[in-house]
Structure formats: structure tokens, C-alpha cells
Write a protein that binds this ligand. Structure first.
Ligand code: AMP
Length: 114
């Protein structure tokens, strides 16, 4: 756990989060500022700052995140279409330095994003 990391604090239960899924390596919770009717963040319990910091040893961690997202998308009946994205670095708008993937769905999603 990184002391000043807001997502580490949600994972640890130190600050509130609306958790929709968790297992031994992944936690998923609702985004506080939803950009779609369904907007859920998937994070590894392990603190990794961003996709730029993942290592080959993080393979199982990433698989866990994708399996969790697939299950949640299915449970939310989003099979018709959803987006699963991660922002990396300031030019992409990454505002929280703990690796996270946005699951967005429940509306038509345009491409390319802004
Ligand atoms: P990004 O801009 O890709 O780093 O995404 C960070 C996301 O975290 C944003 O969509 C925020 O709305 C969301 N966020 C920030 N703080 C919280 C929080 N305490 N609980 C849930 N979501 C949060």
C-alpha cells in the first residue's frame, strides 16, 4: 500500500468506495464522477502507478483484472457494447497514479474519444 494513494485507501477500506467486485488480486468500484450510466474502475490490490510501470511478472494481475471486468460487464448486461480503457500519463488525463481501467457502458459510445 502507498500511503498517499486514494485507490490504495479505498482497497484498504480507509475511505468509502462503492465496491461492486473484489477477489484476491482485483477490486472494482464505481467512479465518483460517472461518464456513462455504468462507469466502474478496476484496480489491482498491488500498487502499480500506471500501465507504464507493469512488468512481465504482473501478467497474472492483468489477467485477473480482465477476467473480473468480463464478469462484471456480463452481470451488468453490457454485452451489446462497452469500453475498457486505461489512461497513461498527464497528456492522457491520468489523474490517479494507481493503475486503473475504466469500464464504461450503458449508452452508445463514440470513437475516437476526445
Ligand atoms: P483517470 O483520469 O484515468 O486517472 O481516472 C481517475 C478516475 O478516478 C476519475 O474518473 C475519477 O472520477 C475517479 N475517482 C477519483 N477519486 C475517486 C474516488 N474516491 N472514488 C471513486 N472514483 C474516484
Amino acid at each position: 500500500m502507498q500511503q498517499d494513494c486514494i485507490f490504495c485507501k479505498i482497497i484498504a477500506g480507509e475511505i468509502p468506495g462503492t465496491i461492486v467486485y473484489q477477489d484476491e488480486s482485483t477490486v472494482a468500484f464505481q467512479d465518483v464522477h460517472p461518464a456513462a450510466p455504468q462507469h466502474i474502475l478496476f484496480v489491482p490490490r498491488k500498487h502499480v502507478a500506471s500501465m507504464a510501470d507493469i512488468t512481465p511478472e504482473d501478467g497474472p494481475l492483468l489477467n485477473g483484472i480482465f477476467q473480473a471486468a468480463k464478469k462484471v460487464a456480463h452481470d451488468l448486461k453490457l454485452e451489446e457494447g462497452y469500453r475498457f480503457v486505461t489512461n497513461v500519463g498527464p497528456r492522457a488525463g491520468q489523474s490517479v497514479l494507481h493503475l486503473h481501467f475504466h469500464l464504461l457502458g450503458g449508452r452508445d459510445l463514440t470513437w475516437p474519444p476526445g
